[in-house]
Design a protein around this ligand. Structure first.
Ligand code: GLY
Ligand code: MN
Ligand code: MN
Length: 435
């Protein structure tokens, strides 16, 4: 649980990194139409959530460190209390209650937004705002700036505009102890869902039915939604990296690749496991599976503060290339294959990514053109895979096999903590589930 003090401290830390006389403008997400007058389930903007923990659409957070204020001054613009709207669309907090709930200095109704933006921009030197994120927000901010610039009084419009995201996203990249605790909970829920899928999978079941098993487990453990579209790919579908149709019947003898994670209190888990539909690996499946597992273990042993994701990728690529040569899937020497990067035909995505409020989380992977060393507080995925196209010119036994193994790890002062280790991973552990 992230407490109110932590949200307040984040807002202060953000303002502290802005130039003097700055105003930050952070709009919430809006509802998105699904069809005609129905909308997709609301999902808050991650930056807005990070600074407020407030789940209403059409809200704006305003922060100022203008020297007419002490250190920081904060406000929200909220959807108005409206009895008839609330009967149809749900309860709203309203401006008055927002002041106490978020420890703000001021709050306003959404109808006042044009004037509020002008008042808040007035007399500041810098604006921090994520231009291009939301067209409606761009239009509102630009209109307010235009009006101020056209006003007869000089120097009332801020002359400089900055992107808020570099500061905010660098903050989000380093998870606090309470964020790590929430991510552990997301991982635990997701791990239980993967175990449920492993034990319930059987020939004749549709991929989307296995998806339903996962989502049921998420919800029953307190996580209403997945953090991204669940992938359940059986047989050759495992070779389609972002397969989300999930429409095929699973068959005996096939592997099924499940990439699924719950979103819990805004934070994502991202787990992939690949296992046999009917419980037992065939020899070629086991060959590929154990190679991916070895590659992942190598990366997990290697990752520690100070190393880069790129260094870890190089190790994984070596292990995969050696293994593919041993299996005869690649021909020629290991060094030739490494030189020619032939592994790219079988391992075509990155080794991992930052994860947090977004499954592919924010944060720069490179700084000043250099790969960035991993540091304590960063949370990443480690997800090597091998995907052998059904058309590949290799021994027929290997064609159409796709395997990915993905875990989430937090970088600690001394190494890593694997958040998702509750899910069976070795061939023996997986096969034992179905005996
Ligand atoms: N689930 C998306 C990914 O693994 O990056
Ligand atoms: Mn991932
Ligand atoms: Mn994934």
């Amino acid at each position: 649980m992230i407490n109110e003090q932590e949200f307040i401290a984040r807002r202060q830390r953000l303002l502290g990194q802005c130039a003097p006389n700055s105003v930050c403008i952070v709009p919430a997400a809006r509802l998105v139409t699904r069809s005609r007058d129905t909308e997709y389930t609301f999902r808050q903007d991650s930056d807005f959530w990070y600074l407020t923990g407030f789940n209403e659409p059409d809200t704006w957070l305003l922060l100022s460190n203008h020297d007419r204020h002490q250190q920081s001054f904060s406000a929200m613009v909220c959807q108005p209390k409206d009895a008839s709207q609330e009967i149809w669309q749900g309860r709203r907090l309203g401006a008055q209650a927002a002041i106490a709930r978020f420890d703000l200095d001021e709050a306003y109704d959404l109808s006042e937004l044009p004037e509020v933006l002008m008042e808040w921009l007035f007399g500041h030197t810098h604006v921090y705002f994520a231009q291009g994120q939301y067209p409606h927000a761009d239009a509102m901010v630009h209109e307010a700036l235009k009006t101020l610039r056209e006003a007869p009084k000089e120097d009332c419009a801020p002359p400089s505009m900055h992107d808020l995201r570099p500061i905010l996203h660098e903050m989000r990249l380093f998870k606090s102890a309470s964020e790590v605790a929430v991510m552990k909970a997301a991982a635990k829920i997701s791990a239980a869902a993967h175990k449920r899928a492993m034990t319930t999978a059987q020939p004749g079941v549709y991929e989307y039915q296995l998806e339903a098993e996962l989502h049921h487990e998420f919800a029953m453990a307190g996580a209403r939604s997945p953090a991204y579209a669940t992938i359940v790919g059986s047989g050759e579908n495992a070779c389609v990296l972002h397969y989300t149709e999930n429409s095929k019947v699973m068959e005996a003898g096939e592997l099924v690749l499940i990439d699924a994670g719950a979103e819990y209190m805004g934070y994502a888990a991202d787990i992939t496991r690949t296992f046999p539909v009917s419980g037992k690996f065939t020899k070629p499946q086991k060959d590929i599976y154990n190679l991916v597992l070895r590659a992942q273990q190598n990366a997990l042993n290697f990752i520690t503060p100070g190393v880069t994701l790129k260094d870890a990728t190089l190790r994984v690529v070596e292990v995969i290339t050696e293994g593919l040569v041993e299996l005869g899937i690649l021909t020629g020497s290991v060094s030739e294959n490494l030189e020619n990067e032939t592994w790219r035909a079988y391992f075509m995505h990155g080794l991992g990514h930052f994860i947090g409020l977004d499954v592919h989380d924010v944060g720069n992977y490179r700084i000043d053109g250099e790969d960035r060393p991993l540091q304590p507080g960063m949370v990443i995925t480690v997800e090597p895979g091998i995907y052998i196209s059904p058309q590949a010119s290799v021994d027929e036994a290997y064609r159409g096999i796709g395997v990915r193994i993905e875990d989430d790890v937090v970088i600690t002062a001394t190494g890593i903590d694997i958040l998702t280790s509750d899910v069976p991973k070795t061939v023996e552990e997986i096969e034992a589930l179905k005996q």
